[in-house]
Design a protein around this ligand. Structure first.
Ligand code: GTP
Ligand code: MG
Length: 459
C-alpha cells in the first residue's frame, strides 16, 4: 500500500508556455486544495473530477500569490498513476514552477524520484512493465517508425502476445502438476499438451525474429559516407541534413575527422557519418583521418560509397568497392548536375548488382531515391510490417524471450526423452517466469529500480 504523496515538475526545465506541477497520492487533493484558490466555484477536488479550473496558486503559509494558474483534480483510479492526482499548470517560468513546487512540498508532499509516477501506475496495475517501458520509448523516439512501434507497445501489443504465450504454458503446467500430485486420478498428460508447447515455441521464435527490425527502429542505424577525396561526401551530408554542417571545398582532403549527425532516413533514425576521403598519397595527418574512415566504414550498418560523375569511375573507386564489397552498400553517383549524360550502363557494371542511385548533392536531387535505397537495404527489401504487430524494442525483452526459449527447449527435450514429469515441470516454470519478466508479473525489485531510473523527473 502506497502511503505518501509525491510531487514534481512534470515539464522540462527552462522557459516554456506552461509548466506543470504534478501531485499524486492520498494527500494530493488536500494539498492541492491548500495551494489552489479557484476564481469561482467549490474548492479543488470537491466538484467534478477531471475539470480544469482557473485560479491562483498561493503559498498556504503566507497567503502570497505565486502565479495565476489552471488546476485539475483527477480522482483515482482514473488518473495516470491510478491514485488521486492534482496537476497545477503554471506559466512556464523556472521560478514560478519552483515556487509552486516548494509550496506543495511544504504542504506535505515528498519530491518524486525519476519515473516514480509511472512506477506507481505500474504498481497500481494500470500499466504493465512493457507498457511502462513503452513510455520511455515514446519520450525518446526520434523517428516516425520508432514512435509508432512504441505507441503500439503502450497500447499493449507486445504484452498481449506475451500473455497469450504464458497462458498456454500455464495450461500445460497445470496438467503436468496435477498428474504429479494425483497420478492415479488424472489422465496421462497427452500429446496435445506437447503440441501446445510447440506452438509457444513458434510464438517466441516469431517475436524474437522482430528484434533486428525493432533494434533498427529504436536505436537507429549507422550510415557511413565513404569515397575518394572531393567526390562530394560532405556536400551530401549537408544536403541530407539540410544544413551547412561540414566544410565543403574543392580542395581534395578537406574533411580530416569523422563527423557524425543524427537524422531520419526512410523513417529510420540514423547516425550519418561523414569521413575523410580515401586515397593512397596522403600526408601524416590525412592518413590518420583515413584510418578513421576505415574504422567508421567497418562499424557502419550501411555504407554509402560516393563516386564523382565528372571524373567517372576510377581505379581507386574500384579498389574501395572491392575493400567494402561485403558490407550492405549503396553506390551513390554524385554531381549528376555537372555532366551532360550519365553512363548508366557503366555505373551498373561497376555497382555489380548493388543498389545504385544518381544524385546531385549540390542541387539536392535524388535524395528521396537514396533514402528509399537505404531503407530497402536495411529491411532486406521486405515490406514494412504493420505497426500493430508487436516489435521487440528493448534488449531486456529479447533476453527474457531467449531465456524462456532455452527453458522451453529443455522442457520439450525432457518430454521427448520420457524423463520424469517433475523435470518437465521445472523447465516449464522457468519459461513461464522468464516471460513474466517482460510484463512485470515476475520482475524483481532491482529490475524495477533499473527500469524506472531511466525515466526523467516528473514522469
Ligand atoms: N557540381 C557539383 N559539385 C559538387 C556536388 N557535390 C559536391 N560538389 C563540389 O565538389 C567539391 C568537393 O565537395 P566536398 O563535399 O567537400 O567533397 P568531399 O567528398 O567531402 O571531399 P573530402 O572531404 O576532401 O574527401 C566542392 O567544390 C563541392 O562544391 C554536386 O552535386 N554537383
Ligand atoms: Mg569532406
Amino acid at each position: 500500500m502506497i502511503e505518501d504523496t509525491i510531487a514534481a515538475i512534470a515539464t522540462p526545465p527552462g522557459e516554456g508556455g506552461i509548466g506543470i506541477i504534478r501531485i499524486s497520492g492520498p494527500e494530493a487533493l488536500s494539498i492541492g486544495r491548500g495551494i489552489f484558490r479557484p476564481r469561482k466555484g467549490p474548492p479543488l477536488g470537491t466538484g467534478e473530477s477531471h475539470r480544469m479550473r482557473l485560479g491562483v496558486a498561493v503559498d498556504p503559509k503566507t497567503g502570497e500569490i505565486l502565479d495565476e494558474v489552471l488546476a485539475v483534480a483527477m480522482k483515482g483510479p482514473r488518473s495516470y498513476t491510478a491514485e488521486d492526482v492534482v496537476e497545477i499548470h503554471c506559466h512556464g517560468g523556472p521560478l514560478a514552477c519552483a515556487r509552486v513546487l516548494q509550496a506543495v512540498l511544504r504542504a506535505g508532499a515528498r519530491l518524486a524520484e525519476p519515473g516514480e509516477f509511472t512506477r506507481r501506475a505500474f504498481l497500481n496495475g494500470r500499466l504493465d512493465l512493457a507498457q511502462a517501458e513503452a513510455i520511455i520509448s515514446i519520450i525518446r523516439a526520434r523517428s516516425r517508425m520508432g514512435l509508432a512501434a512504441a505507441v503500439s507497445q503502450l497500447q499493449g501489443g507486445l504484452s498481449r502476445r506475451v500473455r497469450e504465450l504464458r497462458e498456454e504454458i500455464t495450461g500445460v503446467l497445470a496438467a503436468v502438476e496435477a498428474s504429479l500430485d494425483f497420478p492415479e486420478e488424472v489422465e496421462e498428460v497427452d500429446s496435445g499438451d506437447k503440441e501446445r508447447l510447440e506452438g509457444v515455441r513458434e510464438g517466441i521464435r516469431e517475436l524474437l525474429a522482430t528484434w533486428e527490425e525493432g533494434r533498427l527502429v529504436s536505436q537507429g542505424i549507422k550510415i557511413a559516407l565513404v569515397g575518394r577525396p572531393n567526390v562530394g561526401k560532405s556536400s551530401l551530408l549537408n544536403s541530407l541534413l539540410q544544413e551547412d554542417r561540414a566544410i565543403v571545398s574543392d580542395i581534395p582532403g578537406t574533411t580530416r575527422d569523422t563527423i557524425s549527425e543524427a537524422m531520419q532516413l526512410g523513417g529510420f533514425p540514423c547516425q550519418l557519418i561523414d569521413t575523410a576521403g580515401m586515397r593512397e598519397a596522403a600526408d601524416g595527418l590525412e592518413r590518420l583521418g583515413i584510418a578513421r574512415s576505415r574504422a567508421a566504414a567497418a562499424a557502419a550498418d550501411v555504407v554509402l560509397l560516393v563516386i564523382d560523375l565528372t571524373a567517372g569511375v576510377t581505379g581507386e573507386d574500384e579498389e574501395l568497392l572491392a575493400e567494402l564489397g561485403d558490407k550492405p552498400l549503396v553506390v551513390v553517383a554524385n554531381k549528376a548536375d555537372a555532366v551532360e549524360a550519365v553512363d548508366e550502363e557503366g555505373l551498373r557494371r561497376f555497382a555489380g548488382g548493388r543498389p545504385l542511385v544518381v544524385v546531385s548533392a549540390k542541387e539536392a536531387w535524388g535524395l528521396e531515391a537514396l533514402s528509399r535505397a537505404v531503407r530497402d537495404l536495411v529491411l532486406g527489401g521486405r515490406v514494412l510490417r504493420s505497426t500493430d504487430e508487436p516489435l521487440l524494442l528493448r534488449e531486456r525483452h529479447r533476453e527474457a524471450l531467449e531465456k524462456a526459449m532455452v527453458s522451453l527447449e529443455e522442457a520439450l527435450r525432457a518430454w521427448e526423452e520420457g524423463l520424469p514429469l517433475d523435470v518437465v515441470s521445472i523447465d516449464l516454470r522457468g519459461a513461464w517466469e522468464a516471460l513474466g519478466e517482460i510484463t512485470g508479473e515476475t520482475a524483481r525489485e532491482d529490475l524495477l529500480d533499473r527500469i524506472f531510473s531511466e525515466f526523467c523527473l516528473g514522469k
